[in-house]
Design a protein around this ligand. Structure first.
Ligand SMILES: Cc1cc2nc3c(=O)[nH]c(=O)nc-3n(C[C@H](O)[C@H](O)[C@H](O)COP(=O)(O)OP(=O)(O)OC[C@H]3O[C@@H](n4cnc5c(N)ncnc54)[C@H](O)[C@@H]3O)c2cc1C
Length: 405
């Protein structure tokens, strides 16, 4: 076998996504970047095809294709448009997944089904002006008032904010307890009084996505909208990001594969014209280096994603997950996210050099893919933070024999 193999239903699903990308994503990929808009017609199509809820169980209207199905979609879409892949990733990785893992039966019936079957869009608000990498420093507060919580504060850089109906947000409910019991996650609906979406950010890349502030001004949220239990918000956030960044590596893999394909096309075309490009060793090496890294990334990505799939299924079925498993998973997803996002960045840089001035021009896709790709090194935890997770685990795990489970 020269290629990774997948079960027939996932191979079939990959073909479906490829056809969709060919017919519906490629035609808008440049325009949504240059005109900076979210293509809502395409977003609705993603919903109709089930792509916005792939791992969710079928009993809640999901496609039940697990994290591997979700990764396949990110990889195929990522080859062409990181904007569209980011919309899918923010919806599934950051909202659908925590809902089916941590949601109560009522929350799943109401919110998960709305996301899987009623065309609703989700967003996840954790980051604040003083709490990016250091998410434990969030300052948004939620104060209990009878059977409601009153939220005050705000979030920044929330993907999908301008198009979302359902928001998972994090607030401090007990400042004395910090991350161990002091933070709670809430499900907030678009129309809740006291909640509004702020201004849209202008960005270097993924310009076909909405990124905006969330503002809470005495926003009342019923207690039944607490996700994962009062005081468990940091656990919800970390579990979401630990797994999410693993599957996100599939998107980076797609970006690297997509640009490699463009490099090869270009070199063959140019080579036919000038008879030289094909034999230029520096060009060949750039292609060979990218091919080596893509090949290695494929195995890393799908092994990691399979582990995330196992992890989430254990959590959703309320089975015990050992601390050892969680820590290994966390290291593995950090490695996949940091390594493959940097593979994508290096591939983009090589492509720009190979294409020369054509790579630098707007409209041909290379400069857009270059700008779009960099974000994967930043969101869901920067690559510096991933290196910290990896090193901390390698150095310290096992040093203290008595660890709580
Ligand atoms: C387009 C976009 C979309 C986003 N979408 C979302 C979203 O949907 N939801 C959400 O909650 N957030 C979102 N974010 C926020 C994103 O997750 C944060 O930007 C990211 O976690 C980094 O936080 P920061 O920007 O505050 O940088 P900072 O934390 O201020 O970091 C600045 C620099 O310092 C480095 N650094 C910080 N701490 C350390 C350390 N301990 N060791 C070494 N280096 C360190 C960082 O790696 C970085 O290079 C989005 C951001 C962008 C740009």
């Amino acid at each position: 076998m020269f290629e990774l193999s997948f079960p027939p239903e996932l191979e079939f699903f990959r073909d479906v996504v490829k056809e969709f990308v060919e017919k519906e994503v490629i035609p808008v990929a440049e325009e949504i970047d240059s005109k900076e808009y979210v293509p809502m017609k395409l977003v609705r199509r993603l919903g109709e095809l089930g792509i916005l809820s792939l791992p969710a169980p079928s009993e809640y209207g999901g496609a039940d294709l697990g994290e591997v199905g979700y990764a396949i979609a990110l990889e195929e879409i990522g080859k062409v448009s990181n904007s569209i892949a980011t919309i899918v990733g923010a919806q599934i990785g950051l909202v659908v997944n925590p809902l089916w893992i941590f949601g109560t039966e009522e929350q799943k019936e109401k919110y998960l089904v709305a996301l899987t079957s009623k065309g609703k869009i989700g967003a996840f608000g954790l980051t604040e002006p003083n709490a990016g990498s250091d998410a434990a420093s969030i300052q948004t507060t939620a104060v209990r008032d009878g059977d409601e919580f009153i939220l005050n504060g705000g979030k920044i850089f929330t993907t999908n904010a301008g198009i979302a109906d359902i928001f998972i947000v994090f607030a401090v409910t007990d400042p004395s307890r910090g991350v161990r019991g002091g933070i709670t996650s809430f499900i907030v609906e678009k129309g809740f009084p006291g909640f509004k979406v702020g201004v849209e950010e202008k960005k270097l890349g993924i310009r076909g996505t909405s990124t905006a502030e969330l503002i809470f001004n005495n926003c009342r949220v019923p207690e039944e909208n607490v996700l994962g239990g009062i005081g468990n918000g940091f656990k919800v956030a970390l579990t979401t990001l630990d797994g999410g960044r693993g599957t996100l590596s599939a998107c980076a893999l797609g970006q690297a594969e997509g640009i490699l394909e463009k490099m090869v096309h270009f070199v063959r075309f140019r080579g036919k014209l000038d008879g030289k490009t094909l034999h230029n060793q520096m060009i060949q090496w750039r292609i060979a280096d990218t091919a080596m890294e893509v090949e290695a990334s494929k195995y890393l990505v799908y092994q990691t994603v399979s582990l995330v799939d196992e992890y989430y299924k254990l959590l959703a079925s309320k089975k015990h997950v050992s601390r050892d498993f969680r820590e290994r998973l966390s290291r593995k997803t950090a490695i996949a996210k940091a390594y493959v996002s940097e593979v994508a960045t290096r591939a983009m840089e090589r492509a720009l050099q190979i294409f020369g001035f054509l790579g630098y021009l707007e409209g041909l896709g290379i400069e857009r893919m270059y700008r779009d790709s960099i974000i994967t090194e930043i969101y869901e935890g920067t690559n510096e933070i991933q290196r910290w997770i990896i090193a901390r685990d390698i150095i310290f795990r096992g040093m203290n024999e008595k660890k709580e489970d």
